[in-house]
Design a protein around this ligand. Structure first.
Ligand SMILES: Cc1cc2nc3c(=O)[nH]c(=O)nc-3n(C[C@H](O)[C@H](O)[C@H](O)COP(=O)(O)O)c2cc1C
Length: 158
């Protein structure tokens, strides 16, 4: 099973990119083939040829970033029947944070993907406008990726 991880990452800390990398590493450990790329590079790929698309974005203004939305909107019209997908976002833990995942999942479903696993939300913190990962979140990322891998492997067995 081939997995494409497409992500955007905006701050100098590149937290969403780090989440993508941790997911990629875990999926590879579970035996899956993974390509991970920023959305700007991923748009050059034949996305419909991957069995699974994972899309990740920082939450900005309660939504995914513009490049992430443009990447998904650019896939309209291609055939994703029988393909799997899931989303992940980074966000500040607050009741007013909103999240990118809701829009990402909605777009994935609109493209015809089957959601392979419930989305992952990863909490970040900001100190004097410098972003960092909340303690324990990377362990959550690894656990999510392992559970996702199990679901994907199960789904691919006839
Ligand atoms: C302009 C701007 C808007 C943001 N809006 C939100 C928001 O609505 N909700 C939220 O939880 N975090 C918000 N954040 C924090 C981002 O989610 C955080 O910078 C991001 O998760 C860091 O990931 P990155 O290093 O991959 O860019 C915002 C940050 C910036 C700079």
């Amino acid at each position: 099973m081939q997995v494409l991880i497409a992500y955007d990452s905006v701050s100098s800390a590149k937290l969403t990119a780090k989440v993508a990398e941790a997911i990629a590493q875990t999926l590879r450990e579970e035996g899956l083939e993974v390509i991970s790329a920023p959305v700007g590079d991923a748009r050059q790929l034949h996305v419909e040829e991957f069995d699974c698309l994972l899309i990740g974005s920082p939450t900005m203004a309660w939504a995914p970033t513009k490049p992430t939305k443009e990447f998904l909107d650019g896939l309209k019209g291609r055939n994703f029947a029988g393909k799997f997908a899931a989303s992940f976002d980074t966000q500040i833990r607050s009741i007013i944070s909103g999240n990118a995942n809701r829009a990402l999942e909605s777009k994935l479903k609109g493209l015809g993907y089957t959601i392979a696993h419930p989305h992952l939300q990863v909490y970040v913190r900001s100190e004097n406008k410098v972003y960092g990962m909340v303690e324990g979140e990377m362990e959550k990322v690894t656990a999510w990726a392992r559970a996702l891998a199990k679901d994907l492997i199960k789904a691919s067995v006839p």
